[in-house]
Design a protein around this ligand. Sequence first.
Ligand code: ADP
Ligand code: MG
Length: 508
Amino acid sequence: MAAKLVAETVRTTLGPKGMDKMLVDSLGDVIVTNDGVTILKEMQIEHPVAKMIVEVAKTQENEVGDGTTTAVVFAGELLKNAEILLDKNVHPTVITKGYSIAAEKSIQIVNSLSEDLKLNDKETLKKIAMTAMTGKKAEIAKEILADLCASAVMQVAEGNYVNLENIKVEKKVGDGTENSELIQGIVLDKEKVHSAMPRKIDNAKILLLDLEIEVRNTEIDAKIQITDPSQLSSFIEMEENMIRSMVEKIKKTGSNVLFCQKGIDDLAQHYLAKAKIFACRRVKKSDLEKLAMATGGSIVSNLDDMSSSDLGFASSVEEKKVGDEEMTYVTGCKNPKAVTILVRGGTEHVVDEIERGLQDALGDLRSAIKSGKVVTGAGSVEIEIAHQLRSFANTLSGREQLAVLAFAESMEIIPRTLAENAGLDPIDSLTELKAAHEKGQKNAGLNVFTGKLMDAKKEGIIEPLNIKIQALKSATEVAELILRIDDILLSGKRESSMPPQGGMPGMM
Ligand code: ADP
Ligand code: MG
């Protein structure tokens, strides 16, 4: 029951016509999203079984980067159909056996339906990105964003491996989404710390620091007793000297750009500016790591133990005005694989959701390139699997056949939900789809905008094969896991980890 409820919650967000959820936390912060895993992560779920379903979404997100709603909805439907079998006195172990046979067969079927993808096939890559973004806020500038994603991924790919760490997504509120751009290099949401610093550095030799350029405040309260004014000035002078020597050490490495993860003291800023060093402070750790990868530099955490070999290189570091604010562009990096997609959009909620859409698209592209295979979406592949599974089921005997048929039926939840969310009649849509597939139209999918059938391949509704496979696998696994449970018991005496609604026998 708990598991089905979770599936029911995210179901309305599936597909291009899916609705969004507004998530409000205890501080009143708001997220508006259509992204399955974001919803499930943010929801306060207490029930232990429901948490297992959330895990499915997380696995899906980590393994392939998209298809989270699909996996959860499918898992929910597997459980729902299992319940019907349980009512008919089919034993849970028979159901789990049948489900795993069906899952294995489905994976074979979906493999045979897939087609090859070439890395240099930008049009198809764009279609994959667009399919991933349909129905999300990113849709407003889908063409442009898909183009950016495809270009970025093509540039970063090494063989069939795409390291998404190389693609930084930076957001800036203001301006239209269509003005989002792909930048060769790293863009930081930072300005230089001192106005007298140069705005642009060519042939940048970049020092990456993860310590502060300040005289550290002592952790303990200390009292210094001063008896005459000269002592005070010598004390201040000593502090100044410490700062100056820190800046000297930085200068000595030969660097002309400094990205510092922590603070930079006012006086240090002044000396750095005098030395014509471009410096940014409080750069995020993740950005510093990206910079290290991009520029070939290493992150230094001790001023006394650094040399010119730690410096990274970029042909230019420049502060540019984006909207009303300054950002720092590091371009012409040593590693040409580092790129940034700079996302623009009207408000914070919009850019956040666009970013999630972009991450889905990038995840899909990475997966598609990794497996080198794609399938058609819009419910077409699910209906085809169900169709072929049913003929396969006829070759089985007895009760397992029932479970395989239930599995096939569960596959149909995806097109059915796409239809429902689009305000179409799910029974009509499914009947038409099934009829088309019986006639051998393997790519027949549901056009949720017109309510008619379409050839999903011709319309460019294309998804990576391994998203479908992963969804099949993890949904089946969790359904089997839950079906094997016949009771929830409180274990141990850890007070904090008591399942609040546990202890109810015969939950299924
Ligand atoms: P998920 O979290 O599972 O990725 P989405 O909300 O992204 O959920 O929806 C994905 C589903 O929407 C897939 O089944 C996909 O085939 C379908 N889909 C995507 N674009 C279209 C389209 N233009 N027409 C019909 N279905 C589409
Ligand atoms: Mg998706």
